[in-house]
Design a protein around this ligand. Structure first.
Ligand SMILES: O=c1[nH]cnc2c1ncn2[C@@H]1O[C@H](CO)[C@@H](O)[C@H]1O
Ligand SMILES: [Zn+2]
Length: 362
């Protein structure tokens, strides 16, 4: 099986829908910011700290994986900290060849040092604007939209949904709920989702990662999610070895082209998938679900969009055609307006891949 070399994957345009701002900090930035506020870290050497995050997140449980965020959230409590993290995020994604990204975070987790919810959102938006402009000046065009997340164990989702809608014209393109899944069903936040639908706004829901089909069913049929954050456990509704048989929910998800924001490395770390090679993405792609490839948390997984693509290329033999398919799937499923999506597909993604396919068949 031939795999696409990593450095060629970096150069190809990629689209990313599921990336957490507080899961993608540079280790060196955490060290500097933590030093400035006196926050104790498990390691103070950036390389050792980066390794610590990956090891600690390799827990096999979503709950333990999420504990590592205490150290990133701690250094994102000031306008300067939030601005810096967002700016660096845009630069890092652009350097990795990501041309479109939706980055999410939960403003309610950034109020410990007195910021208001609106000030948090504004600092992050400004960071993304500056990072994007710097990347463009260096010849790397990236469009970054933010998703505002509410924590599913908390009870602020209505307020956070209103916050997202308030900033819809300055860069917030959607809403999400995240956090521990088991015991916190999406319907706890039904009011927020109904409000968002009335506002003609977009939202995705983390569902079908650490909990199975009931969570996915609620997210879609009760809450009206546009996309599924992970959604990987939709495979629980697919039976049959040689000829797969789709249950009613899996059929619905596929028929309605509901995008699955799959995050291979993250799933292996939290125990949602045994390995990359055994990840359900292989089956879901063969069955032509609307599959997208995502990073989830670049710091906790020691990964990047290019690395996720490279791992899949190695494990499943995917070449440019599959990579283009994942990328266009993501772009079709993005929360920015249709004309913007179309122009990135037709003017950026398709020309780049047709060149790669002709010049470097893989
Ligand atoms: O894969 C995931 N599943 C559920 N929640 C997550 C995942 N990754 C991160 N977060 C949670 O989302 C918050 C806002 O970004 C993070 O602080 C983390 O608690
Ligand atoms: Zn996530």
């Amino acid at each position: 099986m031939v795999a696409i070399p990593y450095d060629e994957i970096v150069k190809a345009p990629k689209a990313l829908l599921h990336d957490h701002l507080d899961g993608g900090l540079r280790p060196a930035t955490i060290v500097e910011l933590a030093d400035g506020i006196g926050h104790p870290l498990p390691e103070t050497d950036p390389a050792a700290l980066g390794e610590w995050f990956v090891t600690a997140a390799n827990s096999g449980s979503l709950e333990r994986y999420l504990e590592t965020f205490a150290h990133t959230v701690a250094v994102m409590q000031t306008e300067e900290g939030l601005h810096r993290v967002a700016r660096e995020c845009a630069l890092d994604l652009a350097a990795d060849g990501v041309v479109y990204a939706e980055v999410r975070y939960a403003p309610e987790q950034h109020l410990e040092r007195g910021l208001s919810l609106d000030a948090v959102v504004e600092a992050v938006l400004a960071g993304f604007r500056d990072g994007t402009a710097e990347a463009a000046a260096a010849g790397r065009t990236i469009r970054v939209g933010t998703l505002v997340t509410a924590m599913r164990h908390a009870a602020r989702s209505q307020e956070i949904a209103e916050l997202a809608v308030r900033h819809r014209d300055s860069g917030v393109v959607g809403f999400d709920i995240a956090g521990a899944e088991a015991g916190f069903p999406p319907t706890r936040h039904l009011d927020a989702f109904e409000y968002l639908q009335r506002e003609n706004f977009h939202f995705t829901i983390h569902a079908g990662e650490a909990f199975g089909l009931p969570s996915i069913w609620q997210a879609i049929q009760w809450c009206g999610a546009d996309r599924l954050g992970h959604g990987v456990r939709i495979v629980d509704d697919i039976t049959g070895e040689s000829a797969p048989v789709l249950g009613r929910l899996a059929s619905y998800v596929r028929d309605k082209r509901i995008p699955l924001e799959l995050c291979p490395s993250s799933n292996v770390q939290t125990g949602a998938a045994p390995s990359i090679a055994e990840h359900p993405i292989g089956l879901l792609r063969d069955l032509r679900f609307r599959v997208t490839v995502n990073t989830d948390n670049r710091l906790m997984s020691g990964t990047s969009m290019s690395r996720e693509m490279a791992l899949l290329s190695e494990a499943f033999g995917y070449g440019w055609a599959e990579m283009q398919w994942f990328t266009i799937n993501a772009m079709k499923s993005a929360f920015v307006p249709f004309d913007e999506r179309l122009s990135i597909i037709n003017e950026v993604i398709k020309p780049a891949y047709s060149k790669l396919i002709t010049e470097r068949p893989l």
